[in-house]
Design a protein around this ligand. Structure first.
Ligand code: AMP
Ligand code: MG
Length: 418
């Protein structure tokens, strides 16, 4: 039997047993939050042509070189260009063109002066009018040049980049409507326990609702994977072996919860050992010491403890990084900050402890973490009301109020660094 290992060792071992899944093509909108699996380049210049950044008048800057309030320069408005139109004419000396935001800059113009600072001398400012300029205009002012954001053929998103919401728009402007991404891992979620009933049922005496499968499926989904909740498995070695074996044939990753310790009805360890290779049985952490990992039929199988908080922490700390690696992500640490403990915390267990808690800033702007009063490993509600986990390292050193502890933020992406 493998002995107790550190969380880092457990994570490294699981990561070493997974790799990025094959590449598929996703419509650009569905690529949001995913990792580009190849360099992506634009088919055109973005923007495709020099255009006006303002509603105003397209001019030759040189003509306004000596314009001032005392000696305004007057020009004739010879045309008007709306966004989507093209002005093919010539702007002679003494002329200008009324232009709208987004309209292409005429060949002869090199600056745009916004409406608000142009005086109308005769007419209404439209073609046929005469307008006056009271200040010089810098060349290219209020002009957005062609290819300002990207040149045709240039790589706009590199392989490995996570595509954000704005990135979806950027790719759209570059004509990239299909994005190569790593396939999302399909994750089987199996609850193990003869006491479990579906959440749609009201449990009879001795039974409880299967809440783990739902939380773990939500965690898998939040990690970008596609979870499938499989039927509850009763506490027999045969039933568990059959369910795990079948799941490994169909899924990229199998997650069970329950039956993970050494009780009379705990079978995940013997099942993984019987069917494949057992690599992890215990991790030096609390909650969630009983973490089982192995490979069955070439598929990673992870047996989480049954206690809800223990299952959650195990998933977040060890399984989530693996599911992310399978999708091409390269950051595996959630952002964390150092915070002052709001109260004394006694440490009676030498394992690394993850305290569910609330992180906030005090009046001086310093981070403070208030560990939840009830740290029972059986509770999901406490995590629902928490926003971080404060870490007390291995050992028996108790902490006093005000001492600094590392707090890992919940539900914040690994790409964020604080
Ligand atoms: P076990 O790891 O099977 O010994 O379970 C530890 C505790 O977690 C027991 O109180 C179980 O009833 C509970 N538990 C196990 N599986 C689930 C589940 N799927 N949903 C909610 N609680 C569970
Ligand atoms: Mg059990």
């Amino acid at each position: 039997m493998p002995e107790m290992i550190s969380l880092e060792e457990a994570r490294a071992l699981v990561l070493a047993h997974v790799s990025a899944l094959p590449v598929e093509t996703a419509p650009v909108l569905e690529a949001v939050g995913r990792v580009a699996a190849a360099d992506l380049s634009s088919d055109i210049d973005v923007s495709p042509f020099a255009h006006s950044a303002m509603d105003g008048f397209a001019v030759r800057a040189a003509e306004l070189a000596h314009a001032s309030a005392e000696a305004p320069v007057e020009l004739d408005v010879v045309a008007e260009i709306a966004a989507g139109d093209v002005f093919e004419g010539v702007i002679e000396a003494g002329q200008c063109v009324r232009i709208m935001t987004g309209a292409p800059l005429p060949e002869d113009a090199d600056a745009v002066v916004k409406y608000e600072i142009v005086d109308v001398v005769t007419g209404d400012g439209k073609p046929g009018s005469r307008v006056a300029f009271t200040a010089p205009a810098a060349e290219r002012s209020n002009v957005r040049d062609a290819g300002e954001e990207a040149k045709a053929g240039e790589v706009v998103v590199e392989q490995g980049e996570v595509i954000g919401s704005a990135g979806v728009g950027f790719l759209a402007s570059c004509g990239i409507v299909n994005v190569p991404v790593h396939r999302r891992p399909r994750v089987a979620v199996i609850a193990v326990g003869s006491e479990l009933v579906d959440p749609t049922e009201v449990p009879t005496r001795g039974k409880i609702r299967n809440s783990n499968s739902y939380a773990l499926a939500a965690c898998a989904q939040a990690a970008g994977a596609v979870p499938v909740i499989l039927p509850i498995v009763e506490d027999t070695q045969e039933a568990l072996a059959a369910a795990v074996s079948a799941a490994t044939e169909q899924y990229d990753f199998v997650v069970t919860s329950g039956g993970a310790s050494n009780g009379d009805f705990d079978f995940i360890k013997p099942v993984v050992e019987e069917l494949g290779e057992l690599l992890i049985t215990t991790v030096n952490m609390r909650p969630g010491k009983a973490q089982t990992f192995g490979i069955v039929n070439g598929t990673p199988v992870f047996g989480l403890p049954g206690n809800p908080a223990a299952a959650y922490v195990g998933f977040e700390m060890i399984i989530r990084p693996a599911l992310r690696k399978m999708q091409g992500y390269t950051h595996f640490e959630r952002p964390s900050v150092m915070a002052q403990l709001s109260r004394d915390v006694k440490k009676k267990d030498p394992r690394r402890i993850f305290l569910r808690g609330t992180l906030y800033k005090n009046d001086e702007g310093a981070y403070v973490v208030a560990p939840a009063k009830n740290q029972s490993s059986g509770l999901f509600g406490v995590i629902q009301r928490s926003n971080c986990m404060a870490i007390l390292p291995e050992g028996l050193e108790s902490r006093t109020a005000g001492s600094l502890v590392q707090c890992v933020l919940l539900d914040v992406n690994e790409e964020v660094s604080l």
